[in-house]
Every structure is written in C-alpha cells, then in structure tokens.
Write a protein of this length. Sequence first.
Length: 149
Amino acid sequence: MIARDPDGRVLLLQHIRPHGRYRVLPGGGVDYGETIEQAAAREVLEELNAECEIDRLVAVGELFLSERHVVDFFYSGTIKQNRPFEILHSEGIGEAEWVSPDELEKINFLPPEVIPVIKGLDDMEKGEIAYLGRYNVGPSGFAVGEEIR
C-alpha cells in the first residue's frame, strides 16, 4: 500500500533477508476468501499493528521468479495512527520509516518501477491505473545490476 503522511513522505518497511536488505511498501499475500483490499489492510495490521484505510488501486506490476509468478496490486491509502509503529511481524522486517519520494531512487527500494507512480500520485486521474509491466529483476528478486546494501 502506498501510504503518505501530511508532508508527502511514503511509508516503507525495511526487509532483512539472507541475501541483503531492501525497502518495500507495506503489503503481502492474499489469503483464501479475502479480497485484495482486505489483504492489504490485514498486512498493514500484521506488519505494523496499525489500522489503515484503502483508497484506490493505482498500479499493477508483475514479477517472475524461478518457481512462481507474482502479481502486485498497489493501492493508495492512509495509516490511521499517530503513535510509533509496533513491528509485530518481526520475521525479516527491520523497521518502518517515512521516506521522501525524492529519496526512493537513492536507496535500495523494490520495485523501482513503482517510483514514478508514487511521485505522480496526486496527478493521477481517479480510476487511472498504471501498468508497470514485468519488473527488471534477477534470480534473487533484486533489481538487475543493483548492489545489495
């Protein structure tokens, strides 16, 4: 989910994996019987112990890994809390932080294909959905040519 604070910063989670650290938007998989919007809200609650309000679908992208095809649905939304986040889903999540959209290209943020959508969110027409296509990633899931930091 693309959540922004009043200053326009975007909420990111730091993922810590054996092959490196990177930042992503909050979100995750869909459980059987739930809608994509319900899954997004549940994932924010599980990862941050925070309620959210889903606004609208703004982008779709695809990732092909060795054994699966992942389709990402990016929604804009709002986090409903003013206290520090409580990372409940500690399995591989280091921290949550608000980051300026201008900083996204300077950090290891995945997928980088969604950065133009984040930066142009206010200019998107209601109902407009950006198709990001197939992400440019290597076998590990990291962007091709990117150094893991």
